[in-house]
Design a binder for this molecule. Structure first.
Ligand code: ZN
Ligand code: ZN
Length: 263
């Protein structure tokens, strides 16, 4: 977990942690380091970044997917303290959850942009926030998809994430566990609904639609502690892997996952 991204020609990614208590993903092309979301408080984010050999000042940007607390909590404090630019949609800004930051840049869904050599495509997702996006990254000819917080695998999402070499994919809940679990009925409807979160079975359906031939890494992410278990997420996706389970990883709330390089 302490490996630093080398200044080499490789697209790399890691997670500081994933789940309803906080999400943050690192993406690096060796020269550019960006953080996608920061649902951890500033001190906690600093501590977790240090475990990956990074100081907040080394971040070129924080990209924000949407305004829910498990994604935005530490973004304003980090950006203010270390003068890190925040990239976000106008809708996310209008939620008022970020507060003032020294510099922000507009993300226009479906409009590609670049931070130094790292190319980024923001993709609209069906989720109950103001203007949520997820991101597809490209560097050194390799593609990484970061795809969590979506209620269903829409045609638009499937088109936008085809041909990735690695994919961080939401496996939020097991439908049966959500049904019989402790959430109140209204929250069950929200999580399981079209603008909530992706069930294991929907993640499997999405992967089938995307095709798995190119995918070197698939990371089950944003796993609910109440309504899922890592084994159930793995069980849902393993049959799609034609015996090559080494491609499949789980991102945990506490430790995320270590740096992964896309060859
Ligand atoms: Zn959300
Ligand atoms: Zn979330």
């Amino acid at each position: 977990m302490t490996d630093q991204p080398q200044a080499s020609s490789v697209l790399r990614f890691a997670s500081l942690g994933s789940g309803s208590k906080g999400n943050a993903t690192l993406v690096s092309d060796g020269e550019t380091h960006v953080l996608v979301d920061c649902g951890f408080g500033m001190r906690e984010a600093e501590r977790r970044l240090a475990q990956f050999g990074l100081h907040p000042r080394q971040l070129d940007a924080v990209l924000l997917t949407h305004e829910h607390g498990d994604h935005i909590r530490g973004v304003g404090p980090l950006a203010r303290r270390y003068a890190i630019p925040v990239y976000l949609t106008a809708g996310t800004w209008l939620s008022g959850r970020l507060g003032e930051v020294p510099r922000h840049e507009w993300v226009v869904p479906q409009s590609r942009f670049a931070i130094k050599g790292l190319e980024i495509e923001p993709v609209t997702v069906p989720h109950d926030a103001r203007e949520p996006v997820q991101f597809r990254f490209r560097a050194h000819g390799r593609h990484l998809g970061v795809l969590t917080d979506l209620g269903h695998p829409s045609e638009h999402v499937i088109d936008a994430f085809r041909g990735c070499d690695a994919l961080i994919l939401e496996c939020n809940h097991d439908r049966h566990m959500l049904d019989v679990g402790p959430y109140p009925p209204r929250l069950k409807r929200r999580v399981g609904g079209h603008w909530g979160h992706l069930a294991n079975v929907q993640a499997a359906e999405l992967l089938t639609r995307l095709g798995l031939d190119r995918l070197q890494r698939i990371v089950c992410s944003h796993i609910s502690e109440e309504n899922n278990r890592p084994e159930l997420a793995l069980e849902a996706l393993t049959p799609l892997l034609s015996g090559d389970e080494s491609r499949l990883l789980v991102s945990a709330q506490e430790h995320g996952f270590a740096w992964q390089s896309i060859a």
